[in-house]
Design a protein around this ligand. Structure first.
Ligand SMILES: *Cc1c(COP(=O)(O)O)cnc(C)c1O
Length: 472
């Protein structure tokens, strides 16, 4: 009990000169709470463990660490070395600097978001992107919402609420994060009319299903899976003709929907919104942060009369995107207007088209430093690997890449940290590194590492973390 009496009071600690910068940074209330927590812990350690009363400086240092940890942002940058370039859980497309600057410019103050500077009256937030979208896709009109799921929802709600939407059974997809086409339809009060079978759907299936109750014919791009073998689907041009003959709107949900001709960049072909519209689609929906390489957004392009109906739907108000998204999207679309320079200026495309020899050279250059940082803990080698586009584009096409494989030491009887421990230590670095495990090794695909120092500079911290663990 005597020991406990020597613990300083919270009041005394807050008044200490070392506490002043903490109060300045975090506010007095947070500092008092942190000190109380540290004191409570110390009291318990004395009473139950017979520990010595910690010095004042030690108590203040513990509180400072706790306050710093609490103040760190929850959402922060990471190094995506998973090999999946457009990784949904890691925020999808990295934005070009020009788009980041555009976001910062409007984030700080007022902007003409919905205000026409020419006419001095109310404008429409779509005005900042609609022209460029028209030029890039050949569409009559365009509108933008929060993401592609919202775009699909808006199209269904506007054109088919209380009626039927006809979709091929082979296209009733689920996309990561609980986007299930049948559930989106239910949410929009649309009755799903499934036609055909999982592997084969014919024109006659659609023709037979169209009737009084039909509001929409919908084609969904099979983003994240592929059916091969005995398959048949109805081409867009044919579906468009069937729908038009019966006066029914025909929409295509493209998912990724690249604006650029990817084959021209040496990448697997992806259908473009322009090609869909030329094939007769009345509306096409696609994402802003997949192959477009921009911010999270859902884009709808197509017939002017239908887009006008989408804009009049009160749901549009709930699904609209904010000024920062519009600012970023407008810049990204501007870059798309200059295809020859797109692969250098748009990070998503730059990473996807990065030549394998360049990635391999980076892996070779980093190898010795990583190996030496992990010597005695793990073995490191340069490996060939295969990156994926991600976000549902071309699930089966892999891009040749290179990386580092970190294998736990198994020889000599001294077991080093396991692959999952190494993976976890990488995640806990100041700039977290996200890799993956393949065959009991940690694989870091270097395709998305443009600045090798971001990894190299953290190697001492990685070694320290793994050595600490090995001792513990
Ligand atoms: C990704 C995808 C969606 C959902 O788009 P988000 O922008 O993630 O909301 C919808 N449909 C298809 C076909 C997709 O690939």
């Amino acid at each position: 009990m005597n020991e406990l009496a020597r613990l300083p009071s919270v009041e005394r600690l807050v008044q200490a000169p070392e506490a002043a910068p903490l109060v300045e940074a975090h506010g007095r209330r947070a500092v008092v709470e942190a000190l109380r927590a540290v004191l409570a812990g110390a009291r318990e350690a004395v009473l139950e463990g017979g520990a010595a009363v910690p010095a004042e400086a030690e108590i203040l240092a513990s509180a400072a660490r706790a306050l710093a940890a609490e103040a760190a942002p929850s959402l922060r940058p990471v190094l995506n070395l998973t090999g999946t370039v457009l990784h949904t859980n890691l925020g999808r497309a990295p934005l070009p600097e020009a788009a980041v600057d555009a976001v910062a410019a409007v984030a700080r103050g007022a902007s003409n978001l919905e205000f026409s500077l020419d006419e001095g009256r109310r404008g429409d937030r779509d005005d900042h992107v609609e022209d460029r979208l028209r030029r890039l896709t050949g569409a009559e009109a365009a509108t933008v919402v929060n993401n592609n799921a919202a775009a699909v929802l808006l199209v269904l709600d506007t054109l088919a609420r209380g009626r039927e939407a006809i979709v091929s059974r082979g296209e009733l997809i689920e996309i990561g994060g609980a986007f299930r086409m049948p559930e989106i339809m239910e949410g929009a009060g649309v009755r799903l009319r499934e036609v055909g079978t999982t592997n084969r759907t014919h024109a006659r299936d659609f023709e037979g299903a169209i009737g009084e109750a039909t509001g929409l014919v919908l084609k969904v791009h099979k983003s994240n899976y592929e059916i091969s073998g005995f398959t048949k689907e109805v081409p867009e041009r044919e579906l468009a003709a069937i729908a038009r003959a019966r006066g029914i709107p025909f929409a295509v949900d493209l998912g990724s929907g690249s604006l650029a001709d990817l084959a021209g960049f040496g990448l697997p072909h992806e259908p473009t919104p322009r090609a869909c519209l030329e094939a007769g689609a009345d509306l096409v929906t696609f994402s802003g942060d997949k192959l477009l390489g921009g911010p999270q957004a859902g884009l709808v392009v197509g017939r002017a009369d239908l887009v006008a109906r989408l804009k009049r739907n009160p749901l549009k108000r709930a699904l609209r995107c904010d000024k920062m998204t519009i600012a970023a999207l407008s810049e990204v679309l501007r870059l798309h207007l200059d295809p020859p320079r797109l692969a250098t200026r748009l990070p998503a495309l730059r990473l996807l088209t990065r030549p394998e020899p360049e990635i391999r050279a980076m892996a070779d250059a980093l190898m010795p430093a990583v190996a030496s940082a992990l010597s005695g803990l793990a073995a490191v080698e340069r490996v060939e690997c295969a990156s994926q586009i991600g976000s549902g584009a071309q699930p089966v096409d892999l891009l040749p890449s290179a990386g580092l494989a970190i294998a736990p030491l198994t020889d000599g009887g001294v077991a080093g940290p396991s692959a999952s421990r190494i993976l976890a230590a990488l995640r806990r670095l100041p700039l977290p590194v996200v890799g993956r495990i393949a065959k009991d090794r940690v694989v870091l695909d270097l395709r998305c590492l443009e600045d090798p120092a971001a990894l190299a500079d953290q190697l001492p911290a990685l070694r320290a973390a793994l050595s600490r663990e090995a001792e513990a």
